[in-house]
Design a protein around this ligand. Structure first.
Ligand code: C2O
Length: 585
């Protein structure tokens, strides 16, 4: 096993898109940031040098961080944020997972430009992919382009008063030919393929809050992994991917040589019934014509490298895929429901029963602004927050990260409030009338804010049914758990009914994911083993919902035996949040 070492210099840079310079925060001057590529079993060291004006942490999304919660990268939960002009080093091992994950800043909306791929290949020498070896591997990162300052965007989200959309969608950082600057068509991401060859696309949804449909005209995908867990090969012409999720899919270049669009469409719930898509972005899958044509072919579009507006290309036609309707949630429902894990030896079995079970509603509610009393929801003094079991998360004001407080058993942990196993009995989450009609009206349940946490004894098998509610403006919810993968046992539309729905649980080959999509006004049942000691964030991966408080903390206690308790903090690097880190030299 190797040690893979990177230095991430976080800084601000001007990027020119849509005829305009926008100041964005990036890693190593790249957008998306550098990919980390490892083999299973490797160790990773990343030195983060913060030359930006922001407090930063980097989260290794989906990496299990076994016995290493210290490297999880969540501000004030696992570490002090890295202030401007300071360094911090992340060290962790990659074990028992293969496929595509990603990294992103876990600070406000900055993750819209601070992210990159994290690619885990099989252990060197020991094994290989459980599918035919692809001729080439290609990360596809679906992103967004915001002209709005991302700090400002976050402030609006926290205030629950938010009505903004990105200026465009990106594929591997390129805006593509649907977004032109003063009429000049711009080429986006280009994937050059050779006839008959097989490509492994490593697809990552890094956008702030849209599920996406991805298609390539004239081609089919064979999905082979999701969230760095192999799945039984699943053939489909459309991939659905929610923020936080990753999908690995094989594509064979078996169409008549030509140019084909690869298109990502941001989906929207049926209501509000917006006719304009939030964004659609497209790149080109381009067959090499070298073998087929001898007559001096047109020069290819100039260098696709670099950041910013791309070089104009010869405006050659390409075949466009027929996309699902942006309001149709069914392709997503079927895509997620059709995945099963690949049967391989050595996989941990699905526990046959749970020790504890929770039913968690995902909704919105209204709280009074700080220091104000408000008589009714929807009034000026109230703000809309996102909830789990009708409670909205906020970080406690502690002097040290919660993980450290937990490790040292300090009184800071008393600031936490228990996340109940069920919603309150008086809380009406099924009533359609609760759907807010506009940003300022609608009847919202009164709710409250707290530092929600749930403790688990080491090794507890936990069942959670996540229930999306009518309050959620018909949104789905990609729920992400840090430090653990979850077995996705079943999903359904409407309200969960234990009597009826337990029978649907797949205990044989459920897909295993770190992010589970809870369908709009529907539910998803998951099971996981709380066996990784530490303090782990669980939250909706829509940045909008997270900023508004759809989050909680799961505390997994130390186990009784060797190798089941949280090790001491890597001391040299873990100093208190008084900004006493080493200065950038
Ligand atoms: Cu990818 Cu806590 O997030």
């Amino acid at each position: 096993a190797a040690v893979v070492e990177h230095t991430f210099v976080v800084s601000q840079m001007n990027v020119r898109h849509l005829c305009k310079e926008t100041l964005v925060t990036v890693v190593n001057g790249q957008l998306p940031g550098p990919a980390i590529e490892v083999n299973e079993g490797d160790s990773v060291v990343v030195h983060v040098v913060n030359k930006s004006p922001h407090n930063i942490t980097i989260h290794w999304h989906g990496l299990k961080q076994r016995l290493n919660c210290w490297a999880d990268g969540v501000p004030m939960i696992t570490q002090c944020p890295i202030p401007p002009n300071y360094n911090f080093t992340y060290r962790f091992d990659v074990a028992d997972q293969e496929g595509t994950l990603w990294w992103h800043a876990h600070v406000t909306c900055l993750r819209a430009t601070l992210h990159g791929a994290f690619i885990i290949r099989p252990r060197t020498g020991a094994s290989s992919y459980p599918f035919p070896k692809p001729d080439k591997e290609v990360p596809i990162i679906i992103g967004e382009w915001w002209e709005l300052d991302l700090d400002e965007l976050d402030r609006r989200m926290v205030d629950g008063d938010f009505d903004d959309n990105p200026s465009g969608g990106t594929m591997n950082g390129k805006l593509g030919d649907l977004y032109s600057c003063s009429g000049a068509k711009k080429e986006g991401f280009v994937l050059d393929v050779e006839p008959g060859k097989t490509y492994l696309l490593r697809v990552i949804n890094a956008v702030l809050f849209s599920e996406c449909y991805l298609k390539i005209a004239g081609h089919k995908f064979t999905v082979v992994a999701a969230d760095a867990n192999y799945v039984s090969p699943y053939s489909t012409d459309v991939i659905t991917i929610a923020p936080g999720e990753t999908v690995d899919a094989l594509v064979v270049a078996d169409a008549p040589p030509g140019r084909y669009y690869i298109t990502a469409l941001a989906t929207q719930p049926p209501k509000p019934d917006l006719q304009v898509p939030k964004f659609v972005t497209r790149g080109i899958v381009q067959y090499s014509t070298s073998q087929s044509s001898g007559n001096g072919t047109a020069p290819p579009c100039s260098s696709h490298e670099g950041v910013g507006d791309e070089a104009p290309c010869v405006d050659e036609p390409a075949v466009a895929p027929e996309m699902p309707d942006q309001h149709d949630t069914m392709p997503s429902y079927y895509f997620h429901g059709n995945l099963t894990s690949l049967n391989r030896t050595g996989l941990p079995p699905v526990p046959s029963r749970a020790d504890e079970s929770m039913f968690v509603t995902l909704g919105v509610g209204s709280v009074c602004r700080r220091g104000q009393s408000c008589k009714r929801s929807g009034s000026k003094e109230s703000i809309i927050v996102a909830t789990m079991n009708n409670l909205s998360f906020q970080l406690p004001t502690t002097t040290m990260p919660l993980l450290e407080a937990h490790y040292h058993r300090t009184g800071d942990m008393d600031a936490l409030q228990e996340l109940p196993d069920r919603p309150p009995a008086t809380f009406n989450f099924t009533d359609r009338a609760l759907i807010p009609r506009g940003p300022k009206e609608g009847r919202l349940e009164p709710t409250s804010r707290g530092s929600l946490a749930r403790r688990f004894r080491h090794g507890t098998v936990v069942d959670i049914v996540f229930q999306s509610t009518a309050m959620m403006q018909s949104d789905s919810n990609p729920m992400h758990l840090h430090g653990h993968d979850m077995f996705v046992l079943a999903q359904g539309v409407g309200n969960y009914d234990a009597e009826r729905d337990v029978a649907k649980y797949n205990l044989v080959n459920p897909p295993v994911r770190n992010t589970v999509l809870v369908p709009r006004i529907g539910w998803t049942a998951v099971r996981f083993v709380a066996d990784n000691p530490g303090v782990w964030y669980v939250h909706c991966h829509y940045e909008f919902h997270l900023s508004m408080g759809m989050a909680a903390i799961f505390i997994v206690e130390d186990g009784p035996t060797e190798g089941t308790s949280l090790p001491a903090p890597p001391s040299s690097e873990f100093l208190p949040c008084n900004h006493a880190h080493r200065l950038v030299p």
